[in-house]
Ligand binder design. Structure first.
Ligand code: GRF
Length: 233
């Protein structure tokens, strides 16, 4: 973390609505996250509503087009960025190299993925060890790995990972699901959990209604997770 700046500077990565970003903005504005600021918001979608939310609150907000092209050892960066800001890894994609440059330029300490729909490579993550967290709309075990999760009532349920975790919980017919915030590791949705909350699935629930209810929980969880990261920095 930067020793010159006592604040924990967040880089918030989004792809869509940004309601979790809004929860962070509100918590910071309401002094619930002292010593935390949002340094930068990045979206891989130009029309992500979360970008509007950021701009409304006068936060730096950037659309970064995202391709998977691997540039090998070739290094591409805007001329305005001094090379010492960037230590590109040869196996990062061009997009990841650009993202790295932005995160360093804005002196980001903690990268917060809230609805970010792109997988980040091991080479990218290696640069920010234990400094990338993600919110996931399903329950993961404490260490993030494994195929089952034991709920607080002792029921074993499958672990749902990936893009369709909410629908997977409904399809599996489980009675309890939830959301969690975890550290990001190269395996998708499989990193150590920072905090989580269970949510009971109601009769007649659809993916949409369940996801909306999960998001209400997430808005508290993401603030709690950042608070914990701030307390151990
Ligand atoms: C959240 O439900 C999060 O768990 C999932 O994507 C959703 C993002 O929602 N990864 P929003 O853009 O913060 O409203």
């Amino acid at each position: 973390m930067s020793s010159q700046n006592p604040s924990l500077r967040l880089g918030v990565l989004i792809s869509g609505s940004g309601s979790n970003l809004q929860a962070l903005i509100d918590a910071i504005e309401n002094q619930q996250l002292p010593g935390v600021e949002i340094a930068l918001v990045v979206s891989n979608k130009a029309d992500a509503y979360g970008l509007q939310r950021a701009l409304k609150h006068r936060l730096p907000a950037i659309y970064l087009s995202w391709g998977q092209r691997n540039v090998g050892a070739q290094f591409i960066a805007p001329e305005s960025i001094a090379p010492e800001f960037i230590a590109p890894k040869p196996t990062m994609s061009e997009s990841e190299i650009r993202l790295t440059a932005l995160l360093r330029l804005f002196q980001v300490d903690l990268i917060v993925l809230v609805g970010w729909m792109r997988i980040l490579s091991a080479a990218f993550l290696e640069q920010f060890h234990q400094r990338v967290i993600n919110i996931h709309p399903a329950l993961l075990p404490d260490d993030g790995t494994g195929k089952t999760y034991t709920t607080s009532d002792g029921t074993q349920i499958p672990v749902f990972r990936g893009l369709h975790a909410v629908q997977q919980a409904l399809d599996a017919g489980v009675k309890i699901t939830g959301s969690c915030v975890h550290f990001v590791t190269p395996e998708v949705d499989a990193g150590p959990v920072i905090c989580r909350q269970e949510v009971a699935i109601e009769e007649g629930e659809t993916e949409e209604t369940l996801h909306e209810r999960l998001k209400v929980v997430e808005h508290r969880l993401i603030v709690e997770a950042v608070k914990r990261c701030k307390s151990v920095e």
